[in-house]
Design a protein around this ligand. Structure first.
Ligand code: SF4
Length: 195
């Protein structure tokens, strides 16, 4: 196929992205999983992937582009189902973070998005990287237009200082462990110059 045939206008691409998102979520859950709404699934996935600074209902509301009240109701419903739980923060007994329970992790193994992940995993690595770069740039540009926060991970964050023996977050003033580095963060600030 030549470029004239494969080239997609912005509007077509936007439709494709929304169609892919809907198709990805439409796969039925495994029979032993609890039936959840798409917002509940989004929250469960978010709290499984977010770092300790971001596992709050308000950070989830930013990530899911919804109101604080709606996000709070979604979290409450998952706590009632025992898929999420509230725990005191390690460093500060006054604040709480949301954690995924064992039952929540079992539920995530039946995630309707599993087929989409498998299809993306099967793409050649170069295509996966190109897709990640294009989608990442699109998210950043759209968030800038809407003055919305962008979520990302430490290795691409301007606050992350890579030291000889470990990494350090200049925003939260904490050392970052390997699991922190993989998790998504509400305080993420895109790195200004590529590392
Ligand atoms: S370095 Fe950036 S992404 Fe990592 S914890 Fe700090 S603010 Fe969040």
């Amino acid at each position: 196929m030549n470029d004239a045939i494969t080239h997609q206008e912005g509007g077509d691409l936007a439709d494709l992205i929304l169609y892919l998102a809907r198709l990805g979520q439409s796969c039925p859950s495994a029979p032993d999983a609890m039936p959840l709404t798409s917002a509940q699934w989004a929250a469960l996935r978010y709290f499984a992937r977010a770092n300790r600074f971001s596992r709050t209902p308000s950070a989830f509301s930013d990530f899911h582009a919804t109101t604080r009240g709606t996000a709070s109701q979604t979290v409450k419903s998952l706590v009632a189902l025992k898929l999420l739980e509230r725990r005191s923060h390690d460093h500060d007994g006054r604040s709480t973070v949301i954690e995924v329970t064992e039952a929540g992790r079992a539920q995530l193994r039946a995630d309707p998005m599993r087929d989409l992940r498998a299809v993306l995993d099967a793409l050649p690595v170069a295509q996966q990287r190109a897709l990640a770069a294009a989608l990442g740039q699109t998210i950043q540009d759209l968030a800038a237009r809407r003055m919305a926060p962008v979520f990302g991970t430490c290795s691409d964050c301007n606050h992350c200082e890579i030291r000889p023996l470990d990494c350090f977050c200049r925003s939260t003033q904490t050392a970052l462990c390997p699991s922190d580095m993989q998790a998504i963060c509400v305080g993420f600030q895109p790195v200004l110059t590529p590392r």
